[in-house]
Every structure is written in C-alpha cells, then in structure tokens.
Design a protein around this ligand. Sequence first.
Ligand code: 13P
Ligand code: SF4
Length: 319
Amino acid sequence: PTQRQSLKQRAKELLAAKGAVLVAHYYVDGDLQDLAQETGGIVSDSLEMARFGRDHAASTLVVAGVRFMGETAKILSPEKRVLMPDLDATCSLDLGCPPDAFNAFCDAHPDRTVVVYANTSAAVKARADWMVTSSCALEIVSELKARGEKIIWAPDRHLGRYIQDQTGADMLMWNGACIVHDEFKGLELELLREQHPDALILVHPESPASVVAQADVVGSTSALIKAVVEGKAREYVVATDNGILHRMRQLAPDKVLIEAPTAGNSATCKSCAHCPWMAMNGLQGVVDCLERGLGEIQVAEPVRGQALSCITRMLDFTA
Ligand code: 13P
Ligand code: SF4
C-alpha cells in the first residue's frame, strides 16, 4: 500500500477504537472527505456540520475544517471531546473581526440586532443575537426584516451586500472578506462565459458583487453541489474553493467542471481558489489527534454559554 493508503487505514482504525466520528467540510483534502463518508461521518457545509456534530452519539468528534467549525461543535456539545487535525487552521473572516473591536462596534449601535456569520470566534458569537451560515442567512435576515429589526452584520461584506440586495434589510456592515472568494474576478468571468455560453455559473455568496451578478445559482457549498447534481447543463463554472470539485466529480462524473477565474491564475499564485487554512487538514493530522490527543478544542465559560444561544436560535429556526 502507498503511504496515503496506510495512513487512511490507520485513521479508520483509530476512529473506530476511540469511538470517534469525522465531520469534514467540502473544502478539505479529498482523502479526508472520503474517510468521513466511509466511516459513518459526514462531509457537508457548515450548517450541516454543526447539526451533525450536535446530534451524533459519538463521544469524540474530529472536525476537519477550520477553527470556527471545531468551536461551534464544542459549544453545542461541551460533553464531547472535539479534536482538530490542526488548531492553527483559522479563517480570514475570523481574523478580521477581533472581539474587542466588534464589541465596541455593537456598543455604538445598541438598537440593532446583531447577526454574525458562522466564520467568527466564539467570543464574537457570544455578543451576537443570531448566527447564520450561507445556507440560511437569507431566510433569517428576511424574517428579521419582516419583524422590523435593524441589523448589525459581521464580518463578510460580500455576503452581507448580497443579503441586503435580496432582502432590502437595514444592515450596518463590518468590513471583512474571505481571502479565497475575494479573488474571483467579474471581468474574467464574463470572458470565460463567452467561451462557454451554455455553462451554468455557480457562485458562493462570499464572492464579490461583480461575480455574484453573473450567477445562475448563488448558494452554500451544499447548494452548489446540489446544483451540479441536479442541473441539466453539461458544463458548470464553479466560483468557490476548488476543494469542492472532489465531491462534485464523485456525484456527477459526467459533468464538466470549470474553475472560475481568479486574479492569481498565473505562476504568481500557488493556492488560487484554495483556502490555505482548509489545506492544513490532512490524514496525518487525523491520526495524530486521535493517537496523541493533540488538537483538542476548548471553549471556556462563560463565553461558551453566551455563544450557544445565537447558534441554537439558528438551528431551531432552520430545523
Ligand atoms: P459553507 O457554509 O457554504 O460550507 O461555507 C463555509 C465557508 O467557509 C465558505 O468559505
Ligand atoms: Fe474562511 Fe474563506 Fe477559508 Fe472559508 S474559504 S474558511 S471563508 S478563508
């Protein structure tokens, strides 16, 4: 067997021996996505990851993704051991929204309902009324608008602008962005569409407005996968992290998948359209965290309890 095969086998044995389940995001290494599928875990978007981790009976969750995903799992299930292959796997949205500055922002606008994206720290969630993910942000903000509430939105300005355009809600925005999606380019996408006039354009809403404006489907990672599986077209242009192509190819092997253009589609960019933090997750990390207890997530009280309410509100609303 190759080294990858032996590592995967070792990871399988450890998951079984430790009573652990693997919860993986679509952007992580394909081997980890396959391992999750083959061992009774899940590969999904961030909303389904949170729900699956909360509801699964395993005493240990291994979360292959970025730190906020592990924290969300721990906040929801403090009695479970939550391990991550690499605790340094963060997110530019989380980094760009430090809790102190965010608290000051909220303090300055006490009349507004605080809505934060899942991609934030536990401390930021502790200040929020609602957490949302890309798959439920539209319906939650629509509901808040219908209730006449004014909103503070953080941290992703592209997702926020998209939701604002769709709902007309009054949203005061934090100025954050995802370093991966921020790189997709509208003009280059127009040129690509001329070469592939029949292709469907699939866009994650963390992308800039010029890219979202050209989309046939805007949605979470799960929604984009569904669009490929169910779509009648043969070709699809995909504007999200290219880790998602692994699952798309498995589920729709006869479809043609084309990566949307980024500024870095050149020799200057080594990780175009692939999140450097998601890329920190590997089979070795899964083996190490299970074998040696490395990478355990802790979320101290009272932050954990405070952050729980905005997550629970979202899960109840979307149940
Ligand atoms: P999804 O919730 O759509 O999976 O997105 C998570 C994420 O980090 C996107 O960059
Ligand atoms: Fe964060 Fe973007 Fe990476 Fe998702 S792809 S984890 S939003 S930096």
